[in-house]
Design a protein around this ligand. Structure first.
Ligand code: BGC
Length: 556
């Protein structure tokens, strides 16, 4: 049962001259005894900085804290919600959506009145509450991949084609990485951004074409690892803006490129680090603590979203990690909240986000065919086997994770028409070790070992994984909520060197790329599973390319 109950009142006078006016749209999805309440605060008066919403339940309803997008507290029947850092400012005509899950017995009537900053809300009902309040400055299509070709990067293609058997995939579209300021004008063996876009216009030949570019140069980049540390120090937000984002935005905005559909993949492996790899967690790193404290990831991502999102044919997709990173309850919602914060920072609005991307440069399987987190083995659901492969994660693969992430993002600050991308460049896990049926074992550990498609030693392993194969070929709209399967990480490009190698790109040596490493808390002290003899991240790794082709699934 779902009911829309709206409460209205005008604002009587507000102290100190500011006109306050508000309307609350209170929507309940009730399944009997339990419910989800979505509460949209519409500011009809002067701009508000910092707010506190109050209402009383008519019955014995109870808010299950923490709720989302606000700090929720309840005392008796009286409920108070105060703003978080990112949604404290409400412009005139602006709104924000907050919510909670609740329980009750008896009846579940909506609160009769609401007050914002101690003023009763009396605004009239919106006859058509708009789930998509953010203006979209461009004339964008819902899913840019539908009915469009995708740009083939000739620089990557040439390397793939030079490999034995590589011509089978050399015409696949892959991401173009702007991984340092110099990449904008071009580096040895890689043309610059404008040259790529010129080539994209040629490939388009007047038809719709998606151009995929990765924005990857945050200050203090890769704070939980060393292999992709970048050129900008933790405090260099200003250089990020003026020497990196601004020039990229101005190239993307050139009229010559106006007919391309430009997909930007925004800053992989950044925001989720500020949830999972910060104090007091055991997985914390000092670098991630610094980037959380100084706000430069949040502000950098916000700036990129605002600047790039102002180009009408740009589609921003923000990195959402992967299920083996933020699929646990304590990481999932907190990550979405942080993304809301970034999408409201530095001039950005949630409407600047067209979607999210999962599994960029990672290896998590697209679909685990033989179990879910709820599959019962030996008398228990797999997710409840502590220390097992699933180990309380809600998800076992990227498809389930991405679809749930999209819903959660939509239920918080993001638009309802957002879509997900899944990077399938290296998550095929084919070859001789791929299971062909569910195990019949009743021992959870044996069952899992014999049934899982993802053959990693541990879900936290991310560097040049041994046994990996190419995954699904790039494809538009493959599943509900998924805009496309994409190959953003170009197969054959290393994740990091397996021993220390001098370089002028700022790249460090991360022992997660060393096959002899026995791990750290982020992979629960397991072996790294990395291939040996790897070059620094981004450089061509022929042996890996060959292994990816051998273990491709679907096979080549
Ligand atoms: C590297 C980048 C590279 C990208 C794509 C990242 O791990 O840090 O330099 O462009 O991978 O291969």
């Amino acid at each position: 049962m779902s009911a829309l109950l709206t409460s209205l009142i005008t604002l009587s006078a507000q102290p100190a001259g500011a006109a306050v006016g508000c309307r609350i749209d209170y929507t309940v999805n009730d399944w009997g005894g339990g419910f989800t309440a979505t509460v949209r605060i519409n500011n009809l008066g002067d701009p508000v900085t910092g707010w506190s919403l109050r209402f009383s339940f008519a019955g014995n309803q109870q808010v299950n804290t923490p709720g989302w997008n606000a700090n929720w507290t309840q005392s008796g029947q009286q409920v108070t919600a105060t703003n978080l850092g990112w949604n404290g400012t409400l412009a005139t005509g602006g709104s924000t959506e907050i919510g909670f899950n609740g329980t009750y017995s008896g009846s579940n009537a909506a609160p009769a009145s609401f007050s914002l900053n101690n003023t009763t809300c009396t605004g009239t009902t919106d006859p058509d509450p708009d789930p998509d309040p953010d203006p979209d400055p461009g004339n964008r299509v819902d899913n840019p991949y539908v009915g469009a070709g995708v740009y083939v990067n000739p620089d990557w293609s040439a390397k793939a084609r030079a490999e034995t058997g590589g011509s089978r995939i050399a015409n696949q579209p892959t991401g173009v990485w702007m991984d340092r300021i110099a990449a904008i004008t071009g580096t040895t063996g890689a043309r610059g951004l404008a040259a790529h876009l010129d080539e994209a216009v040629r490939q388009a030949a007047g038809q719709p074409l998606v151009f995929q570019v990765v924005i990857y140069n945050l200050p203090g980049r890769d704070c939980a690892a060393l292999a992709s540390n970048g050129e900008l120090g933790p405090t260099e937000l200003n250089r990020y803006k003026t020497e990196y984002i601004d020039p990229i935005a101005s190239i993307l905005a050139r009229p010559a490129y106006a007919n391309l559909r430009i997909v930007t993949v925004i800053e992989i492996d950044s925001l989720p680090n500020l949830v999972t790899n910060v104090s007091p967690r055991e997985t914390a790193t000092p670098q991630c603590d610094t980037m959380k404290a100084n706000g430069n990831y949040v502000n950098g991502v916000g700036y990129a979203l605002a600047k790039l999102g102002a180009v009408p044919n740009v589609y921003n997709y923000v990195d959402a990690g992967h299920h083996g990173w933020i699929g646990w309850d304590d990481n999932f919602n907190a990550s979405v909240q942080l993304m809301c914060q970034a999408a409201n920072a530095s001039g950005a609005a949630p409407g600047n986000v067209q979607g999210f991307i999962a599994n960029t440069a990672n290896y998590s399987a697209l679909k685990e065919a033989f179990f879910t987190a709820d599959t019962v083995v030996g008398g228990k659901p797999l997710r409840e086997v502590a220390g097992g492969w699933v180990d309380w994660n809600r998800y076992v693969d990227e498809l389930g994770f991405a679809q749930a992430f999209r819903q959660q993002a939509d239920s918080q600050c993001f638009d309802s028409n957002i879509g997900m991308l899944i990077d399938t460049s290296r998550n095929g896990w084919g070859g001789p070790d791929r299971p062909t049926a569910a195990s019949t074992s009743t021992d959870p550990a044996t069952f899992m070992e014999e049934s899982r498609i993802d053959r990693r030693i541990h879900l936290g392993n991310w560097c040049n994984q041994s046994g990996a194969g190419l995954g699904e070929r790039p494809k538009a709209a493959p599943e509900p909520g998924i805009d496309a399967y994409v190959w953003i990480k170009p197969p054959g490009e290393s994740d990091g060197s397996s021993s220390a190698i001098d370089n002028d790109e700022g790249k460090g040596f991360d022992r997660m790329c060393d096959p002899t490493y026995t791990g750290n808390p982020r992979n629960n002290d397991n072996m790294s599973g990395a291939l040996g003899n790897a070059p620094i991240s981004g450089h061509w790794f022929s042996a890996q390319f060959q292994e990816l082709m051998r273990n491709a699934y679907p096979p080549l």
